[in-house]
Design a protein around this ligand. Sequence first.
Ligand code: SIN
Length: 282
Amino acid sequence: MGYQTLDVELLSGALGAVLHGPDLSAELSNQTFDEIHQAFLDYNVIFFRDQNLDPHQQIAFGRRFGPLAVYPFMEGLPDAPEAFEILKSENDTTNFGGAWHSDMTFVEQPPLGTMLYAMEVPARGGDTMFANTTLAYEALSDGMKQMLDGIVGVNSAALKRSGGRAKSFKKSTKMASKNMDRVDMEAEHPIVRTHPETGKKGLYVGRGHTARLKDMTEAESYPLIDFLADHCARPEFTCRFRWEAGSLALWDNRCAMHFAIDDYPGQRRRMRRLTIEGDTPV
Ligand code: SIN
């Protein structure tokens, strides 16, 4: 579609577009919102620069896409519990989101999208990478696509393969975690899912959350999970976003994975995140 109210700057050949024009703190016209929504479907992850959003304005923009979903393991903001802050300060070693993943695949209805707003960023480093899991699926051989058809992933919140969620939050962090007694929550989803709005198939599997494949042992599951996770992260399926204070990203968890790069020791990075309710993956 042609965009009338947006100036679209593509970030890579695979996915990602910076949308210039809208002031997200203001009430958006239906036309502007429809174009933003279309760009979200076209580019898997969209970005805005030079925004000035308080939590309520960010929440209001998020709600244009649907009801908000609450992240179970982090305390929300006192006056805006739908959102929480991701903070890595100068002496922290915990890097939230530092592995390729799609958000909250361990719940029955994982969020369709995640919106991240940058408040403080390091002088350099702290970029986020994104991968287009539709392109990754389409690049597989017909034989592999047939084999994956019908395989179900068991997705766990425990992060067992990376040492455990509770353990990683005992490392240095000022972030307020909660519900650490619920880290064993699991949900089963097909490892190839069909996007409910575009109808395109994409991979829906990762090392972090896909604990095993249904009816298989961990030893049997890991080689296929690892192959698919590495395949999704091939450079030609990715883009990388350099944050500035006032940048906002909205990624589509149904067709994209992301990775927060931990390359800014001794510097501070503070972001505000919310998620938008999704449907049951099929
Ligand atoms: C996340 O996984 O939600 C964090 C991404 C980031 O901080 O760049």
